[in-house]
Write a protein that binds this ligand. Sequence first.
Ligand SMILES: Nc1ncnc2c1ncn2[C@@H]1O[C@H](COP(=O)(O)OP(=O)(O)OP(=O)(O)O)[C@@H](O)[C@H]1O
Ligand SMILES: [Mg+2]
Length: 241
Amino acid sequence: MIEIRGVHKSFGSLAVLRDVSLSVPAGSVTVILGPSGSGKSTLLRCINHLEKVDRGTVRVDGELIGYRQDGDKLHELPERLVLKQRAGIGFVFQTFNLFPHMTALENVNEARGPRDALQLLDRVGLAGKAHAYPRQLSGGQQQRVAIARALALDPKLVLFDEPTSALDPELVGEVLDVMRDLARAGTTMVVVTHEIGFAREVADTVVFLDGGRIVEQGPPAEVLDNPQHERTRAFLSKVLV
Ligand SMILES: Nc1ncnc2c1ncn2[C@@H]1O[C@H](COP(=O)(O)OP(=O)(O)OP(=O)(O)O)[C@@H](O)[C@H]1O
Ligand SMILES: [Mg+2]
């Protein structure tokens, strides 16, 4: 579903992604781990062309993202076509990004997708809160509304950037439950998270990123329980405590 090949990305003189290649099969869950500043958010943002890559290619469902290929030349796509590509890729942010003046139902409807907003709210366990405003919802409930909104366009895949790290600990579980259900239903997901329990249980592949490089990747039983690289071990010893 996602094919990332040789992606480089710098901000000024700071190289943030260095030769990143990653394949994400349809229906699979990939968890990305790594220290702060290692490039996790940038990698997600490159997948839907919120950031332009400096080198390399990103393909989603076979389609080159952000560019049109002409022989061995790449031409940037016009914004209208980029928006169309981006509409097929759900994105869930750490900070929910709901419209405060709209109810839960209106927030989901705002995506103007083909899917029924009330049904989507029901799917995340919030049909009863359809007419509540974000300020009347807990953080966990707001994040579940944001997930429903991401699903409204019937995306091919959903990207999550630390979806639970802004939540009080007791609200994390309800959001992870919704994500677990999505995974079970066969949604292709790429999730930046430090929830190691979730990674162990739900991920097909765990990717460890450090200094903009993929240090190691593989099934959770390998990367989490038997890491091959010292950097991975050092990182895991910090997040597992
Ligand atoms: N738009 C930008 N302009 C300049 N530098 C940026 C920009 N976005 C990110 N960076 C830098 O790129 C590096 C990687 O940032 P990124 O947000 O991808 O890291 P991250 O792994 O998601 O970190 P965190 O765990 O703190 O969210 C950081 O050093 C950051 O300061
Ligand atoms: Mg980040």
